[in-house]
Write a protein that binds this ligand. Structure first.
Ligand code: UD1
Length: 421
């Protein structure tokens, strides 16, 4: 199993090119199941999760090909199966996104209850509630979810989620595109990736209003067409590299990105004392060699501070000049990184009531640590880059799930990192 070896103690400095968003390309790939026509997805990052989604689509009979380093072509003619293979789904919760499109186009769909990151219970009850509201019947057996549409196909309906869910909103939005009549989703997720998926569906000829608000309306169509689409830049990858720059007292410019979706992260980064330069397609942070100031973080739904950047900011707080509190409100048990950060010399108490208290230390010290989930893994990279000495991160396949070419990007920024087989 690959490990990442980091020689820390150097400020990152330079420019990093941001990839397409993982959390956008995955539902977009699933949405390709809604049409028989070819689809071209540009700025598709080369990630382990993208490869997994490609294998899932192929299992249904789709042709999926990477025709250029950042371009995927997908075509789903007839389905040879509507059952998602357990071996693939168990590694990635986003595979549950195929349920809505399969059900809408082929009238039935089967998927194992999903796996993915080990960040607490992550039920799918809201996905199922939404699809049932469109008339689907649900059968749960042997860990599988089997759904069947009524004989005339799904029927638009009013759905109110009990809590905003990104994946649930996306699944329902996709299914509603081929349902007859109108679907109104209230308490919908407002994340930028939901907007990106809606843009993609619009490019396929769907009729959607309200994306980016908590009320989304979808007017169903008989069929959708192919599309040629650019995936939005990854806001979490952007946040991650900027936080790494701040934690190492360096200067990092993220290029090919969009500050519009990052207001709360940029607000927190400014509070560290870093100088921010925000342009049309770049964001730069410059610490001018100064130690960051600590910043209290409380995650929440968009436009609040994203839970997917919590672990990385916590690592920054570990080397900040003072104390801070980090509170997680989206997921239970999303503090697996704390025990590993402590191994590097961080002073953290908790978690208690989904919060931790961090006392920043002037210096962390390299040590062997273990990656536990995707974002938690990068918090260890950040801590390792800031630490004195060598940090060896085990199980870095978690990082490969969601960060494209991680060691190449860090090398360009002057990080001393090496993949060890
Ligand atoms: C997506 C992102 C993930 C991010 C999360 C929150 C993708 C592929 N993943 O995950 O990186 O951390 O949004 O921004 O886009 N919930 C239920 N019932 C459901 C669905 C969700 O109770 O049916 C709960 C979850 O357990 C969690 C909360 O709702 O506590 C939010 O989850 P959700 O927004 O659905 O996250 P994902 O779509 O899984």
């Amino acid at each position: 199993m690959d490990k990442l070896e980091i020689e820390g103690g150097r400020a990152l400095a330079g420019e990093v090119r941001i990839s397409g968003a993982k959390n956008s390309v995955l539902p977009i790939m699933a949405a390709c199941l809604l049409t028989a026509e070819p689809v071209r997805i540009r700025r598709a990052p080369d990630l382990r999760d993208v490869a997994t989604m490609a294998r899932i689509l192929r299992a249904f009979g789709a042709e999926v090909e990477r025709t250029a380093s950042d371009t995927l072509e997908v075509q789903m003619g007839q389905a040879c199966s509507v059952s998602a293979p357990y071996d693939l789904v168990k590694t990635m919760r986003a595979s549950f996104f195929v349920l809505g499109p399969l059900l809408a186009r082929f009238g039935e769909a089967e998927a194992p209850l999903p796996g993915g990151c080990a960040i607490g219970t992550r039920p799918v009850d809201q996905h199922l509630k939404g699809l049932e509201a469109l008339g689907a019947t649900l059968d749960l057996h042997d860990g599988y979810v089997c759904m069947t549409a009524p004989p005339g196909g799904l029927v638009g309906s009013d759905v109110r989620f009990d809590r905003p869910t990104v994946g649930g909103t996306e699944n329902l939005m996709m299914a509603a595109c081929l349902a007859s009549g109108t679907t109104r989703i209230s308490n919908a997720a407002r994340e930028p990736e939901v907007i990106d998926l809606a843009k993609f569906l619009l490019a396929m000829g769907a009729s959607i209003r309200g994306q980016g608000t908590d009320q989304i309306t979808v007017q169903g169509a008989e069929r959708l067409s192919g599309a040629d689409f650019f995936v939005m830049p990854d806001r979490i990858e952007t946040a991650t590299y900027l936080i790494a720059g701040a934690a190492t007292r360096g200067r990092v410019r993220a290029c090919g990105t969009d500050a519009g979706s990052l207001a709360s992260v940029l607000h927190s980064l400014a509070a560290t004392g870093g100088e921010l330069d925000v342009g049309d397609s770049h964001i730069e942070i410059n610490m001018r060699g100064r130690r960051p100031r600590p910043v209290d973080i409380r995650t929440s739904e968009h436009p609040g501070f994203p839970t997917d950047a919590q672990a990385q900011f916590l690592a920054l707080n570990c080397v900040a000049d003072g104390a801070s509190t980090v509170e997680e409100t989206i997921f239970e048990n999303r503090f697996m990184h704390v025990a590993e950060l402590v191994r590097l010399g961080a002073v953290i108490s908790g978690p208690r009531d989904n919060s931790v208290h961090v006392q920043g230390v002037p210096q962390l010290h390299g040590a062997p640590v273990m990656a536990t989930d995707l974002r938690a893994s990068f918090s260890l990279v950040i801590a390792g880059l800031a630490a004195e000495g060598t940090t060896l991160i085990d199980r870095i396949y978690h990082i490969d799930r969601g960060y494209e070419a991680v060691e190449d990007k860090l090398l360009v920024l002057g990080g001393r990192v090496r993949r060890v087989h």
